[in-house]
Design a protein around this ligand. Structure first.
Ligand code: SF4
Length: 434
């Protein structure tokens, strides 16, 4: 009888994309795939370690799977497994812990998935990671968008971040393989491809004396028959004029960028060791808005970084309030072992972090509504997703406004013209499709 397996992912889009690749490999090996939560012979958890809470959640999930099904062969991989394998192996019942370099060699390490008394840990020092395990996957929620991984790891040294320690240095997928994967996804019927990576803008592939950058990937993808291409997130210092020019002139590229800022305070930005200053960021946002009308711009921001006094937080708030962007992704700072930030003075109390986070989330909602109103009455193209409840179908405009209309099955996985007529909720806009 075939063994069954269930897989679960925590964290970023890249992790989802990689879990999907693991699931395909299990399926190709004759294993029966089961939903997370169902009883299975094998359980794989692809972990995240971006905050303390993420670590805690990983441990809770492992314990709860073991409680309900003590015989399951448990494999834990991903960033938390790379960074803290000892914490995971201390949980009795975990069988296999695989670091970032070992994740895709799972079948070499699992020894028929037979449970033993002790956990086996396989991790490599992060500076030895040079391999690129390429992955592409569907958006687990919508199944209309696919994530195309083109880059992994990061060479930057932001003072709060453990990702370079968990995923290693920056490396990129050969351009011809990116194009092959994009073609496969097209054949599978996906209408939108979201380019993903840890530091996507840092894409660089050397072939002989040739060097290919992100703009080369984008130009090649532009030649394919892909209805929509979205760049998931890009560091501001890497968003170059040639990329802006291409996104502005090509019908295929979504008029949407997600550009991490992290802080609007000059000094905090320096302490974060980001590679731009506040003025440069502001200049970029204005340049983008003049080059691409109705551009959707999302911004990552961290509150409660060490040394963020009331006044410094206020600087961030005022900067963001005036900045012409459409939404914010707000994170509370979380102390991470072995980072420079953890050594900095000026700890911000947890309750204060929560308060600041709430204030910026409210600002984000306000900005979303303003952006929706600016787009009121305009014609867009919406890619509709699968119907999740009986009443409505949801989709996204090219500039990343979530919209909904009463459910119509014929709209699923299609791109249709859409006019926004109601913008009362920041959760979605409403209008007329087709
Ligand atoms: S750019 Fe900075 S925040 Fe982003 S992954 Fe690299 S080190 Fe981390």
């Amino acid at each position: 009888m075939h063994k069954s397996v269930s897989l679960h992912t925590l964290g970023c889009k890249l992790n989802y994309s990689e879990t999907s690749t693991l699931a395909s490999r299990f399926s190709a090996g004759g294993f029966e795939l089961r939903e997370f939560g169902e009883r299975s012979d094998i359980f794989v958890l692809n972990t995240c370690s971006v905050t303390d809470n993420a670590d805690k959640e990983c441990r809770q999930i492992i314990r709860s799977v073991l409680n309900s099904n003590p015989d399951t062969y448990i494999i834990v991989t991903g960033c938390y497994a790379q960074l803290q394998p000892d914490e995971i192996s201390a949980i009795h019942g975990v069988d296999l812990i695989l670091g970032s370099n070992e994740k895709f060699k799972l079948f070499d390490y699992a020894e028929n998935f037979e449970k033993k008394d002790l956990s086996c840990v396989f991790t490599s020092p992060i500076n030895e990671i040079t391999e690129f395990d390429y992955a592409y996957s569907s958006d687990v929620e919508s199944r209309t968008r696919a994530f195309l991984k083109i880059q992994d790891g990061c060479d930057y040294n932001c003072s709060f971040c453990t990702i370079p320690m968990a995923r290693g240095g920056s490396r990129s997928l050969e351009l011809s393989k990116v194009i092959d994967n994009a073609k496969k996804l097209l054949d599978l019927g996906y209408k939108e491809m979201v380019l993903t990576g840890v530091n996507t803008g840092d894409y660089m592939y050397k072939l002989g004396t040739d060097k290919f950058k992100l703009i080369d990937v984008l130009n090649e993808l532009d030649k394919l028959d892909i209805p929509r291409i979205r760049i998931s997130s890009i560091e501001p210092n890497l968003l170059t004029d040639d990329i802006i020019q291409l996104v502005s002139s090509s019908e295929k590229f979504c008029k949407h960028f997600h550009i991490p800022l992290q802080s609007g305070d000059v000094e905090i930005l320096k302490l974060m060791r980001r590679r731009y200053n506040r003025d440069q960021y502001e200049e970029l946002i204005h340049k983008l808005n003049s080059a691409i009308p109705k551009l959707g711009i999302g911004v990552d921001v961290i509150v409660g970084f060490p040394g963020e006094t009331e006044e410094r937080f206020e600087n961030t708030f005022m900067f963001l309030e005036l900045l012409p962007v459409s939404y914010l992704h707000v994170f509370s700072y979380s102390e991470r072992r072995n980072t420079h930030a953890i050594t900095l003075p000026g700890r911000v109390d947890t309750s204060e972090r929560k308060k600041r986070s709430r204030i910026l989330r409210e600002l984000s909602n306000k900005k979303k509504l303003q952006f929706y109103s600016k787009n009121h009455g305009n014609s867009h193209n919406v890619l509709f997703e699968t119907i999740k409840d009986d009443d409505h179908i949801y989709g996204f405009t090219e500039n990343y406004i979530k919209v909904r209309v009463p459910a119509r099955p014929e709209l699923e996985n299609t791109i249709v013209p859409f006019t926004i007529t109601r913008t009362e909720s920041y959760n979605y806009a409403e209008g007329e499709a087709g």
